[in-house]
Structures are given as structure tokens and as C-alpha cells.
Ligand binder design. Structure first.
Ligand SMILES: *[C@@H]1O[C@H](CO)[C@@H](O)[C@H](O)[C@H]1NC(C)=O
Length: 732
């Protein structure tokens, strides 16, 4: 072969490497993540904390957690922790464990703000008294029992400490914490001389100025055969065990918001959003739930039966049970136990804490047409008129990053989009809408007013040395507004007024992408964990909620710009618990293959189960070119996603529904028209979700809780309670 040919073949080889190129090495595995590795090594029974000074104060059951036997280790490692159990209407128990502020810890640990809705506190039941109970066969060990609801009570066992909820009748347990004694809370402390707290990963150094501060514990679900939830992962709906006998040991389910290029269709790896809420379901037809309000990196193991064969604590064996193990890098224990007993009850209990989903406008429940990028005004006009020509209904046309002047959001490329208002008005005249993209990375360009304003006001997230954090994203060198700060959120919201966002009209809505946040040159393609937010909060403590605050500020901007009556539409890629209050999400940059079509169903079902009812996957698959058959099948399935949008990467061929011959056009037209026929049904279901939290699309077992065959079925699903959808996931 001639050299030229070799070089050419090598180039082809390189190109084919990028087709399926999830770059595993770019991301940390559990054993490269010290807190995760340490936690996974712990053995059942390792926790020696006991509940001390148990009493009722301010309507809560409170205690101090202290080690049973005085440690031979450092005194400052064994300061008592504070524990409180609060109970709320409708069968919700909240357990908090934190360092005792009166003992002067080196820093106040971050407690996630603005997620628990204010109405929740009004549902608190003020405890008056606890009754003491002797535990059989536990040499006189004591528990304190408090009222939770007419059918349930909450129990704090003192030695070793354990917290659980149980049914009053028959004492059947529902959900428990630390039943296996795996609880561990690394208290903040002063660094010893010979200690090195820095962590290094692929050329990035995390200074970790506060040292180890992770928390881990076991949670058990009783009467349970499967667990679900904890998005976002591309994996089955019923979560597979990650550890234990008969299981090929895998990574734990990771919750860490990341912009993962070409994510795999079956992996516990964390992608764009995180909701640390798990739901269990079992043969009894009953469900329960557990939510940990914590925005730091989390890792969760689902343990296979028998994992605790050696050294375990004696557990009641009469009920089937699923054990799980939760680990977080930072933050506090702020957890919620939901008793169910029905699947819909669990979802209602969860949204009573984190908020009801927003009610979308009717137009946004129709079909959306997107692509990176619709080139210019002429392209927009063409695509729009082709829909009419082919008699295909649609409601929204989307513009990706290229519509801006050099990726400066809130601006327009003057050559390609010289008349943005006129363009929107033309669409609006046909009752249609437009969506433009607004991302959190702001181009560091002194002539860009937004950057100038943000830097002068000191509104950017700071790096570990206190300078504006500067990372690389679409516009090149960029900085990121500190969305944790409410003042900065309202500054951001102002940018959406018609005066500030020049060229925007009332028919324009917004898309928030890259808000994990994505940073091309950052560790794991995101912001360094030692970057600093309002009040010295480290990025590691709130990472998973950054996108949530950004989504919140954008939705507030759209509310503010008009008379406050026009319901916002904001699509976000990153999300956290509570994001359902601010708008829709999609499953990010999927691929045009059958496996990704298939996995979109468990992903959308999981989002609905955890409050995010308005969600969908990119129809057609973002990366790659779908075969016409796959594209048709995707429209036929996508017509039943709550959020229905076609989207494609800019390297793909055009794929508007009329480009694949008459027969395929007809099939896609039919699919989209069916969606439009069903719009009143969808809209009604969105309203049902808006008042109850019960999702628009539901796993079969949510409607048929006793049908065991349905428990792990994630190929079929229900739209509301009346329509069953079965996708086609293979060619031919
Ligand atoms: C329904 O949605 C609206 C608009 O998003 C929101 O303001 C409201 O709180 C939601 N819940 C109820 C019960 O209306």
C-alpha cells in the first residue's frame, strides 16, 4: 500500500472510532473516587453510633449520636451529631442528621435551599410525646416510637441507632435506615500535618480544602421486589443489583450531572440530571419511597439478596426486602421516608415535598421541530411551509446555538437572522411558536454587555483562588453566573424582558442546554469541585443542583417578562429534585439506534415517577443518521412521550418527516396526527399531574399494582389510565 492510502485508512479508522466513543477514561469510576471506594469497603455492623439524650423538642423527636465505646482516635472525630425526626401529614417522615453547630465545626455544611416547597412546613405535625418500647431479644435495648399517621409510626432504635417507619398493625416495617450498621458521617476537622487532602484526576487537581466529609448509609425497603427511580441513567426501569451474590459487580448508580458525549444505552453511569429519590414496589401491591435531599456527587448500590450473609445484623425475615447503600461526597443527611401504600400515593407524597409539576401551555404539548441548526430565516420559512404543504401539524420551531452572534446568548447572528421579530411574527400568525437556546456559559468578551455586567457585579462562580472561574465551552473562554445566589437569579431573569432580549417577542420561549454545567476543559467535562459559590459554598456541595437553579431563574424570567399570566416554557437538560416546577426536560444527546429508542421508555418512565412528568427523548436520535424505518418507529413511539420533539446533530443529514418518500411521510404524518388527536387527553393528564403529581406516562404497575408480570416490564407503558402503548424496538 502506498503511504497515502495508509494515511487515508488511518483517518477512516480514527473517524470510525468516534462513532461509538463513550470515553470511559474521562470519567471517574467508584474506585477512582476515594469517598466511594472507602464507603464500599465498609462492612455491615461497622457503625457504633448510639442515640443519646432522646427527647421531644420543638415538635420533633431529637437525639445526639455518639459512639458507643470511646474511640481511641482523635477527639475531634467523635463529636456528637444531632439527629431529628419530624413527621408530616399524609405519611411523610423526615430524618435529619448534621454536625452540631454549637460545637463550632470548621464550616457549616451545605443544606440544599429552595427545593422543599414552603407549603410543606405547614403540614408538619407537632409531636407531643414518644413512647418507649423494649426490643425483644435485644437485651433490653430501647426504641422511641412516635405517631406518623393513623396507620403508621416512626421508630428510633437507640443502640445501635436505626430509624424506620412501620405499619401499626402487625408492626410490619416499610422503610428503614442503618439497619445494617453501615452509617458513616465524616466530620469536618482540622487538617493534620502529614495529611494530603488533594485529589488528582487526569491532570486536574481538586484542592479539597475541607478534607473528607462524605456520608453513607444503608436503606432497606420491605415488602419490596423491585426498586426504581434515581434518574438519570440510561438503563432498565427496575434497577438491577450492582453488588452481591450472583451479580456481576458493577459500578454503583452514579448521580453526578455530566455532559456525557455519546452515552451508552445500558449503564449505571450518571448523565445530565440527578434526583436522589427511590421508589420500591412488591407483590403486596404496595409501594414506598425514600428521598435524600443532597446535591453533592452521590453513588447508590442496589444490593442483591444475601449480600449481608456474613456479619449482618439480624433483620426481620418474614418480609421480602431490598437493601440499598447510599454514598454522598458532602452535605448533610436530610431524608424523607414515604409510606405509600399505593404507587400513586408515594408520588403524591414526594411532590408534596418538592412541588407539583408546572402546567404546560397547550402548544408545548404538541410536536416540536428542532435541529442543530436551522441555518437562517429562509431555512426557517421553508421548513415551516413544508409542514403545511405536507399537511403535518407542528407547533414549535427551534433554533440551536448557531442562531446567535458568536454564541453570545440573547443575541442574533445579523447575517443569518436579520429580522428575528418578523420571523417570529410570521410563525405566530399561524399560531406557532419559536424556541431559542440560552446556555449558562457566558463568553468572556469585554464588548459583550452581559459579560461586562456580570463581571463588574462579581456575579460569576469563583475558582478556588477567588478569581472568576474561566472555563472552555461553545464560545471559547467562558464564565458561569452563580445561580445559587437569589440576587443573581433575579438579575438573570431580567435578561428575558423584551427590552433586554432584543429581537424576542411573546411567542418566543427558551431552551437551557449545557447546564450541568458542561465545561469542555474541566474535570469530567464539568466545573471543578473546589470552585466557589455564594457564602463560600463549594461547587462539590451543590453540583447536582446548579442546572436546577439555572432552569428556575430562566423560568422566572419568562414569567416576569409579561403580565405574569403567560405560563413559561423552558426545556432543560440538567435537572434536580424539584425541577418539575420549572418546565420540561429531555434525555439529552442520544443516538440514532434501536437500543436508544428502546431505552428512552425506561428513562421517560423513571423521570415521571420522580416528579419530572414533562419529558421526552430526541425523536430520531441526536447522533447519527437513522434508517427511515427507525425514524418512523421513533415517531410512532415519540408521539406518546409527554414531550415530543425531533432533533438532530449538525453533522447528520436533514431528516424532516417529508424527506424519506411518500410512504414514510404518510407514516410519520399519521403518528404526529394521532398525537394531535389525543391532545385533549394529554392536556387533561398534564393537569392531573399538575394537581396530584401522578405522571402523564406511567409504568404498568402504577395502574395495575398487583400484576407481578408488569413489575419489570419497561417496553410497554400507560398514558394516563386508559391507553397502553407498546413500542416496536427492532427492525422488520
Ligand atoms: C399548576 O401549574 C401552575 C403553572 O405552572 C403552577 O403555578 C401551580 O402551582 C401548579 N399547581 C396547581 C395545583 O395549580
Amino acid at each position: 500500500m502506498k503511504m497515502k492510502q495508509v494515511a487515508f485508512l488511518f483517518l477512516i479508522f480514527l473517524a470510525s472510532q468516534t462513532v461509538h466513543s463513550w470515553k470511559k477514561d474521562e470519567f471517574r469510576a467508584c474506585d477512582q473516587t476515594p469517598f466511594c471506594k472507602r464507603a464500599r469497603f465498609r462492612k455491615p455492623g461497622a457503625c457504633t453510633l448510639i442515640a443519646h439524650d432522646v427527647s421531644i423538642s420543638d415538635g420533633d423527636l431529637t437525639a445526639k449520636l455518639i459512639p458507643k465505646a470511646p474511640h481511641d482516635q482523635d477527639q475531634d472525630q467523635i463529636k456528637p451529631l444531632t439527629l431529628s425526626v419530624s413527621v408530616y401529614q399524609d405519611g411523610i417522615m423526615r430524618l435529619k442528621i448534621d454536625e452540631d453547630p454549637s460545637l463550632d465545626p470548621p464550616k457549616k455544611r451545605f443544606q440544599v435551599a429552595d427545593v422543599v416547597v414552603s407549603e410543606f412546613e405547614t403540614k408538619k405535625l407537632w409531636l407531643q410525646s414518644a413512647s418507649a418500647e423494649k426490643i425483644n431479644g435485644d437485651d433490653g435495648g430501647l426504641s422511641s416510637v412516635v405517631y406518623l399517621s393513623d396507620g403508621y409510626e416512626a421508630v428510633l432504635r437507640h443502640d445501635p441507632f436505626e430509624v424506620y417507619v412501620r405499619e401499626k398493625a402487625g408492626n410490619r416495617r416499610v422503610v428503614s435506615l442503618n439497619s445494617h450498621g453501615l452509617f458513616d458521617f465524616e466530620q469536618l476537622r482540622v487538617k493534620k500535618e502529614d495529611e494530603d487532602w488533594e485529589e488528582r484526576f487526569r491532570g486536574h487537581t481538586d484542592t479539597r480544602p475541607y478534607g473528607p466529609q462524605s456520608i453513607s448509609f444503608d436503606v432497606s425497603f420491605y415488602g419490596s421486589d423491585f426498586v426504581y427511580g434515581i434518574p438519570e441513567h440510561a438503563s432498565s426501569f427496575a434497577l438491577k443489583p450492582t453488588r452481591g451474590p450472583g451479580v456481576e459487580e458493577s459500578e454503583p448508580f452514579r448521580l453526578f450531572n455530566l455532559d456525557v458525549f455519546e452515552y451508552l444505552h445500558e449503564s449505571p453511569f450518571g448523565i445530565y440530571g440527578s434526583i436522589p429519590f427511590m421508589v420500591s414496589h412488591g407483590k403486596s401491591g404496595q409501594s414506598s419511597g425514600f428521598f435524600w435531599l443532597n446535591a453533592a456527587e452521590m453513588q447508590i448500590d442496589v444490593l442483591a439478596k444475601g449480600w449481608d450473609a456474613e456479619g449482618g445484623i439480624l433483620m426481620p425475615t418474614e418480609q421480602s426486602r431490598i437493601d440499598t447503600f447510599w454514598m454522598s461526597e458532602a452535605g448533610i443527611v436530610d431524608t424523607f421516608f414515604f409510606v405509600g401504600p399505593g404507587p400513586k400515593d408515594v408520588v403524591k407524597q414526594y411532590v408534596s415535598v418538592t412541588g407539583l409539576p408546572a402546567m404546560p401551555q397547550l402548544f408545548s404539548t404538541g410536536y416540536h421541530q428542532c435541529r442543530w441548526n436551522y441555518r437562517d430565516e429562509e431555512d426557517v420559512e421553508n421548513v415551516d411551509s413544508k409542514f403545511d404543504e405536507h399537511d403535518i401539524p407542528y407547533d414549535v420551531l427551534w433554533l440551536d446555538i448557531e442562531h446567535t452572534d458568536g454564541k453570545r446568548y440573547f443575541t442574533w447572528d445579523k447575517m443569518l437572522f436579520p429580522h428575528p421579530e418578523e420571523m417570529q411574527r410570521k410563525l405566530a400568525a399561524k399560531g406557532r411558536h419559536m424556541v431559542t437556546i440560552v446556555d449558562p456559559h457566558i463568553k468572556r468578551d469585554e464588548s459583550f454587555h452581559l459579560h461586562k455586567d456580570a463581571s463588574q457585579r462579581g456575579y460569576y462562580v469563583k475558582d478556588a483562588t477567588g478569581k472568576d472561574y474561566d472555563g472552555w465551552c461553545w464560545p471559547g473562554s467562558s464564565s458561569y453566573p452563580d445561580m445559587l445566589n437569589p440576587e443573581i437569579r433575579s438579575w438573570w431573569a431580567e435578561k428575558f424582558s423584551y427590552d433586554n432580549y432584543v429581537g424576542s417577542t411573546p411567542s418566543l420561549y427558551i431552551w437551557n442546554d449545557m447546564n450541568e454545567p458542561s465545561v469542555f476543559n474541566g474535570p469530567e467535562v464539568t466545573m471543578p469541585r473546589d470552585a466557589l459559590h455564594l457564602g463560600g459554598v463549594e461547587h462539590r456541595e451543590l453540583h447536582n443542583a446548579y442546572g436546577y437553579y439555572f432552569h428556575m431563574a430562566t423560568a422566572e424570567g419568562l414569567l416576569k417578562r409579561g403580565d405574569g399570566k403567560d405560563r413559561p416554557f423552558v426545556l432543560s437538560r440538567a435537572f434536580f429534585a424539584g425541577s418539575q416546577r420549572y418546565g420540561a426536560v429531555w434525555t439529552g444527546d442520544n443516538s440514532a439506534d434501536w437500543d436508544h429508542l428502546r431505552v428512552s421508555v425506561p428513562m421517560v418512565l423513571t423521570l415521571g415517577l420522580t416528579g419530572m412528568t414533562f419529558s421526552g427523548a430526541d425523536v430520531g436520535g441526536f447522533f447519527g443518521n437513522p434508517e427511515p424505518e427507525l425514524l418512523v418507529r421513533w415517531y410512532q413511539l415519540g408521539a406518546y412521550y409527554p414531550f415530543f420533539r425531533g432533533h438532530a446533530h449538525h453533522d447528520t443529514k436533514r431528516r424532516e418527516p417529508w424527506l424519506f418518500g411518500e410512504r414514510n411521510t404518510a407514516l410519520m404524518r399519521d403518528a404526529i396526527r394521532i398525537r394531535y388527536t389525543l391532545l385533549p387527553y394529554f392536556y387533561t393528564l398534564f393537569r392531573e399531574a399538575n394537581v396530584s403529581g401522578v405522571p402523564v406516562v406511567r409504568p404498568l404497575w402504577m395502574e395495575f399494582p398487583s400484576d407481578e408480570a408488569a413489575f419489570s416490564n419497561d417496553e410497554a407503558f400507560m398514558v394516563g389510565n386508559s391507553l397502553l402503548v407498546q413500542g416496536i424496538y427492532t427492525a422488520g
